[in-house]
Design a protein. Sequence first.
Length: 506
Amino acid sequence: EDQNVPQRTKVVVIGAGWGGLSTAHALSKDDRYDVTVVEAAPKVGGVVRDGYTTISGQRPAEAGQHGFWNNYHNIYSLFDELGIRDTALTDYAPQGQYSPRGLEAVWPVYREQFPALPTGLAQAAYTKFLQLSPLERATALPLVLAFSEFDNSPQAWQRYDNVSFRDLCMRLGVSKKMYNEAFEPMILTGLFAPGSECSAAAALGMAYFFVLQSQNAFDVQWCRGNIGDQVFTPWVEVMQGRGVHLRTETRVSGFTLNESQTKIVGVQCQTANGGSVELAADAVVFGVGAEALQAFAKFCPELSQFDEFRRFANLRGTSVLATRVFLDRNVTVPYSANACWGFDENVGMTMFDIRALHGSDNPTVMGAPGSVLEVDYYHASPLLVMDDSAIVEKVKKDVDTLLGPTAKQATVVDAAVVRLPNGVNWYYPGSYRDMPQLTSQSLRDCYFAGDIVRTQHGSWSQEKAYVTGLQVANLLRRDITGGNTNNPLTKILPVASDEPHVALGK
Ligand SMILES: Cc1cc2nc3c(=O)[nH]c(=O)nc-3n(C[C@H](O)[C@H](O)[C@H](O)COP(=O)(O)OP(=O)(O)OC[C@H]3O[C@@H](n4cnc5c(N)ncnc54)[C@H](O)[C@@H]3O)c2cc1C
């Protein structure tokens, strides 16, 4: 071997979701790394990938409609780097909240509300709750104590992780009506499971990030089209241009450890055509969710010899049903994005007007005769067992209840049904102790990225997955190639600081 050619560090990234792609992209900026991303699915994007088709086979579909909230500073910075910020995102718009009895609340565009108010007061003053009296809303005040105490530190997580969010609310005296009509819908759509089955720590962290960090925290821009076309394709092209190898339809199924069992040196993969391949690795990044970590714990004895990996057997996901219905006529949809509750017990629901969000010239709606509605259900295992036609019938019934007479006259001419069994992470009470840290505690040069990973950054969902990927790239560079952490590959932007009154409370 030519001694003058520097050896490149072989990094195998498992999973091409936000977390794995983030690490691969960051490392691609340093040519000392030879990065391979291995993805089981046919397309990149993880749980939010596109590449599905409608029942007729004629139209593209994706898993849901994806939003980027005010505090997604790192993803916004990526969009700037890729030059896609203006084209990939919608403008801000008010959002609705519905139950079967009608419109329940309206979330305005908070940055357009004046005067700007301290957080907490701003949401109370500017959110229009149509059914909740000020007295009911006042019962939520004691929660301020919990929000003040929760600072994302491991101690705060341990303090609030063993109790469910519902129990915390009941103990603090939040009224049942306030809980059922304001908090439960937020948890079902933000954490994908009911508050009685979600860690209070996760709920406090998520709600602070998405709603309470500032007056503008809940303002959201949606992906203006298919997320694969708008975001993942241009992003992956940049990485591949810098030499990142991408292997889709390739499932990681086992690992080879060094003789002293301290390090992964080979990643065993199964390809779609039944072949197998082993990739040599100097470092391995697990960019996978709870369900995949659980499978590795169960089926890879080389990993389950370690307590850290055995604990992943406790992790679990919850199911999502993402549907898109194409109607034969335009129906009136007052708000382009809506959270809904009360349609199925313990199931969260969102509804989007795709034509309004993507624009009528977008390939996602081209050729469609009327409205195109995305209706997604969370914690939806009982719905996943229905067949496609029963699901489409149910969706239409829910849309009719939501939108009333004009919707009832419409018929469905095509639909997409995407099932994601156990596809999203479930932050059940006590899950914190089972979740991975950024760096493996038992194997050298082994890391975890994605929204299942413990981090003190304070972000959630896509932003959290993306941030943990950057954190892993910086740690890996420090550990393996002695990179200076003061000069990271990608600077990680913090969630904005607490407002003065919140900091004082804390
Ligand atoms: C319908 C829906 C709507 C959502 N809406 C929003 C939203 O509006 N805003 C927001 O911020 N977040 C949203 N989320 C959540 C967000 O998508 C996730 O937080 C984020 O995508 C998680 O990314 P990740 O990289 O951690 O994991 P994942 O996306 O789960 O990626 C893991 C990848 O690993 C692959 N993998 C697993 N096992 C293996 C294996 N053995 N070998 C190879 N590859 C493997 C998987 O195929 C997958 O591609 C939504 C999720 C869903 C399902």
